[in-house]
Design a protein around this ligand. Sequence first.
Ligand SMILES: C[S@@+](CC[C@H](N)C(=O)[O-])C[C@H]1O[C@@H](n2cnc3c(N)ncnc32)[C@H](O)[C@@H]1O
Length: 191
Amino acid sequence: MHWLMDLMPGSDFQWGEPEPGDNFGEHHLNHLRVLYALCKFYEPDSILEFGVRYGYSLKAMHLARPAAQLTGIDNGSYTSFWDIKARARVPAAKLGHRDTRNLSRIEPVDFVHVDAGHRFDECLADLMLVLPRAKVVVVDDYHPANHPGVWYAVEEASRITGCDVIEICEEDSLIGPFKGMAVIDGVPYGS
Ligand SMILES: C[S@@+](CC[C@H](N)C(=O)[O-])C[C@H]1O[C@@H](n2cnc3c(N)ncnc32)[C@H](O)[C@@H]1O
């Protein structure tokens, strides 16, 4: 964790003025701040997100790496008009209205943010899809009580692939209120 702690206090994260309809609390803003810091740390040139909704996390990653190729995928199951808001928030992103369950393979990518289906089977399938093709995978809502499906999916994916998991939990008081995140870092097991 020392590298993250080095980053966080001096983080230059600036969300800017909330846009009309923006609605998130301190724990969500802290999540965006950590995602931003991770994105700066890993310096990806290509970024993929599963689960975009209104594009909050997409924007945090874009702020960190404005020149990176940014792709977001969402099936619109939460809101069918997700892409209108997400596109307005991050015009540079390439957005795809797709269901991750229908993807059999992804292109190699530097950095993936997994935040789509939160059930165990959904999250595990997403992780097994991206881990062989990604340098680093960040998983949202890694919390045993609030999102056990995500928690156990990360454990299982790590067990299957042998990839190391770095946990960033709400106990890490340096960050403040936080909803939990896992960083799966390592050489893709399929390479
Ligand atoms: C928690 S929200 C994402 C929040 C977003 N990352 C943010 O920063 O606000 C989860 C999103 O995943 C999408 N989703 C759920 N299951 C999916 C699937 N199988 N394929 C693609 N998108 C999916 C939902 O439509 C929803 O917009």
